[in-house]
Design a protein around this ligand. Structure first.
Ligand code: GLA
Length: 394
């Protein structure tokens, strides 16, 4: 893989010279600290942007044609503005293609472009590599076209692309975090009202450690869509008697006994219960962080994982093995799966001085348990999507 500083040189090798200007954009990945599988239920999420993500060098063309390349994939993808349909053969290229289609639908005037991407987020790790490529493309193209779309508009556009073009019924969390997070902050978002608050990540001598199970998330998309439908069905059953309830997040833990009765199905009730209890944990975690009470934050993370395991059933052997290994390490105050689940990563809150022993102990136990080797990443909270000056790169 080339270094970022070489990305424009590589661009020049791949694409014929032109008198148009090259521009460089970056969108991060994200890690969700707590508030999982709540965003498509009108609930609360609490993600931060990472400093790894997707860089994009782009230069406009005037022949209505797009040529896409990536340093991560062999495959190059080309299409015209008249060919904006999903094509399995285009593989990763469908993400930018879907974004171009959505921008056109919004009335943004695009004339074509040469684009080179370089991603540093492991694919399928649950750190939002797809929202990252989507948002960098949307933000870059909208900037070049001088479109008057806000970051929130672009996040929603990018979500529509995932929902309609790719076919994953994801919520707004990933695109929102990738688009709007601030350095050294997490963003607390109410996905019902879209009210957001930047909360300083003051960790008082702790580090946020992301551990990758290195298990590919097979069938993740279909299981994700299934969970979403189950929540919709649980809500529909509640609404028969309580039509004023708009989302599962209108309900509180005090409503649980009544919900159980109204839903009348054990599995659907557990799905709905996770959403209600996770909202409570997320609000508690935000308050704990603001009070500097990391021990409480950690306990809520543990509760979140257990609920995702037992009630929502999206963890699986590898995530559970990591969770069990991590929670017993001295100095690990909290740990949980992050993202959609079914493989991917965990996020842990670890005392700075315990990080080395954490890695050693967890690796040993996880390898023993699963035969897979984990990878660790110390999270620095970065900025949302932005343009980078090319001069600085040289
Ligand atoms: C994926 C989706 C998000 C969210 C999480 C689970 O990352 O893209 O919208 O639903 O899963 O919290």
């Amino acid at each position: 893989m080339w270094k970022t500083t070489n990305l424009t040189e590589k661009f020049d090798q791949l694409f014929p010279a032109s008198n148009k200007e090259k521009r460089l954009f970056f969108a991060p990945g994200r890690v969700n600290l707590i508030g999982e599988h709540t965003d498509y239920n009108g609930g609360y999420v609490f993600p931060a942007a990472l400093t790894i993500g997707t860089e994009m060098v782009i230069r406009e063309r005037e022949d209505r044609t797009f040529h896409l390349a990536s340093t991560n994939f062999e495959q190059r993808v080309s299409f015209t503005l008249d060919e904006l349909t999903y094509d399995k053969e285009d593989d990763w290229g469908n993400y930018p293609k879907g974004i171009i289609k959505e921008l056109i639908n919004e009335g943004v005037s695009l004339t074509g472009a040469d684009i080179l991407y370089e991603g540093t987020i492991p694919n399928g790790a649950g750190l939002s590599s797809s929202a990252s490529i989507g948002m960098v493309t949307a933000f870059g193209l909208a900037t070049l076209a001088q479109a008057t779309l806000s970051r929130v508009d672009l996040a929603k556009l990018c979500q529509r692309m995932e929902n309609h073009f790719i076919g994953v019924n994801s919520g707004i969390m990933d695109q929102y975090a990738v688009g709007l997070c601030k350095e050294k902050h997490a963003i607390y978002l109410n996905t019902m009202t879209m009210h957001a608050e930047d909360v300083p990540l003051e960790l008082h001598g702790h580090k946020i450690v992301i551990t990758n199970t290195n298990k590919r998330r097979g069938l993740a998309d279909s299981k994700y869509n299934e969970r979403r439908s189950q929540c919709e069905e649980a809500l529909r059953r509640i609404q028969v008697k309580k039509p004023t309830v708009q989302t599962l997040s209108d309900l509180t833990t005090a409503d649980l006994p009544e919900m159980e009765e109204l839903i009348g199905d054990e599995l659907l009730y557990r799905r709905a219960k996770h959403v209600v209890t996770e909202n409570k944990r997320t609000n508690g975690a935000k308050e704990a962080l603001q009070n500097g009470d990391l021990a409480i934050f950690g306990k809520l993370m543990i509760g979140s994982h257990l609920s995702l395991k037992e009630d929502y059933e999206v963890t699986g052997n590898e995530l559970d093995a990591l969770f069990e290994a991590q929670r017993k390490v001295d100095g690990c105050v909290g740990t949980r799966m992050t993202g959609a689940g079914f493989g991917g990563c965990t996020v842990s809150l670890v005392k700075a001085e315990a990080v080395d022993s954490f890695k050693k102990q967890v690796e040993e136990e996880y390898v023993n348990e699963t035969g897979l080797t984990p990878t660790f990443y110390i999270c620095e909270a970065g900025n949302g999507v932005h343009e980078r000056l090319l001069e600085v790169q040289k």
